[in-house]
Design a protein around this ligand. Structure first.
Ligand code: ADP
Ligand code: GN1
Ligand code: MG
Length: 355
């Protein structure tokens, strides 16, 4: 952990207004280390970038600058990268650092506070995807190759299980079996993209509720953030990941599984916002597979958490030794309930789309 004086010095290497008063840990992200910087004039977000997850900071920041400039050009509120005093988009020292304007008057939620906010987040993620429809994907570097290639994720998980580097496999036999038994279900989205039956779009790929800033007063979506994973992908990924995280009755790391359920009410709320935004572009096959996308993203995230637990918690930030195992268990509970709710979810989608 870098101390506050050192952090203030790092922040001062950027073109920020005023002099730094405080720097405090901020937010609930699992990948970057995020701080809130308060100067006597303004507030900023300072992030220690995760170069283990994203080794190519140059390409990553190029992507983010290109996407945010494009969105701003379309009149959308988005992140503003604050350059360093030498004009670079990030600071390369022992670690890599970046600064964004703090977007004031907004909040992030770990669970939806009510149905309306979740509907609004669905609309905002749908509009985000619409806005990127005209963005030239050729100019984007794939920041993590095969990010939502679920069969590949399953192969990685199986390798971690076989290696059992931390001798933890004994503690999660039933959880591991859940993913192994479903190995034949993981290919549908990636095959659809390969054979053209699902359109390749520019997608966000990490659409959890805490990756969107909601207006603190109106509850409307203000800005989609965490743009590290904006890459070509499927609409199923963005819809599915939002449902994975937000259509649950409990937090992603709730240890009491009795509290963790897939909520069709929350699913409907999100789908109403999302489908209203993508009504003009969604294909029949995408609409049919949105419920599968929810299951797929949940199972995929669960196997990633469990794989990381088996590998010794090297990828996701954790607060205690079994944190990734606890997270994997909530995903298993949700994926199982989503499996049984496929028809009910599809009926909701078709009702909303009037299909
Ligand atoms: P991670 O990749 O670790 O998830 P994020 O970029 O999502 O990091 O940032 C973590 C959290 O910090 C977000 O969930 C949000 O609460 C907050 N945050 C990030 N950027 C901003 C910003 N520009 N303005 C206000 N809050 C922000
Ligand atoms: C990570 O960066 P963050 O915390 O928003 C992860 C996502 C997972 C999510 C699970 C780059 O998202 O893929 O779905 O944790 N991001 C990356 O909460 O791996
Ligand atoms: Mg995030």
């Amino acid at each position: 952990m870098t101390d506050e004086t050192a952090l203030a010095e790092i922040a001062s290497a950027f073109c920020i207004e005023g002099s730094v008063r405080t720097v405090c840990p901020y937010g609930e992200g699992h990948i970057n280390v995020t701080y809130l910087v308060t100067t006597d004039r303004k507030r900023y977000i300072l992030q220690r970038m995760n170069t283990n997850v994203f080794p190519d900071s140059d390409s990553l920041m190029k992507n983010i600058c290109a996407v945010t400039e494009y969105l701003r050009g379309r009149g959308m509120e988005t992140l503003r990268v604050v350059p360093t005093k030498t004009g670079a988009p990030y600071l390369a020292e022992a670690h890599h650092w970046r600064v964004y304007d703090f977007i004031e008057g907004t909040v992030t939620y770990q669970t939806p506070p009510n149905l309306a906010v979740f509907t609004n987040s669905g609309r905002a993620f749908g509009e985000f995807q619409n806005a990127l429809a005209g963005f030239d994907a050729a100019g984007l570097t794939e920041s993590i190759r095969r990010f939502h290639d679920t069969p590949k994720r399953f192969a990685d998980f199986s390798a971690a299980l076989a290696a059992d580097a931390c001798k933890r496999a004994e503690t999660c036999r039933a959880e591991a079996a859940f993913f192994t038994e479903r190995a034949s279900t993981y290919h549908v989205a990636i095959d659809g993209l390969a054979d053209g039956s699902l359109p390749l779009r520019v997608t966000h790929n990490d659409t959890k509720l805490n990756n969107i800033l909601m207006d603190a007063e109106t509850g409307e979506g203000r800005a989609v953030i965490d743009l590290d994973t904006v890459m070509p992908g499927s609409m199923l990924y963005d819809f599915g990941d939002s449902i994975r995280f937000g259509a649950s009755t409990a937090a992603e790391d709730e240890p009491d599984l009795d509290k963790v359920h897939f909520s069709l009410r929350l699913f409907r709320a999100y789908a109403e916002g999302f489908c209203a935004a993508v009504r003009g572009s969604i294909t029949a096959r995408e609409a049919e597979l949105l419920p599968y996308g929810a299951y797929l993203m949940t199972a995929e995230c669960g196997m990633r958490f469990l794989g990381d637990y088996l590998s010794g918690d090297v990828y996701f930030a954790t607060k205690y030794p079994a944190h990734n195992l606890i997270r994997a268990r909530t995903q298993i509970r949700l994926a199982e309930e989503m499996e049984h709710s496929q028809d009910a979810m599809r009926a909701v989608i078709y009702e909303i789309l009037g299909a």
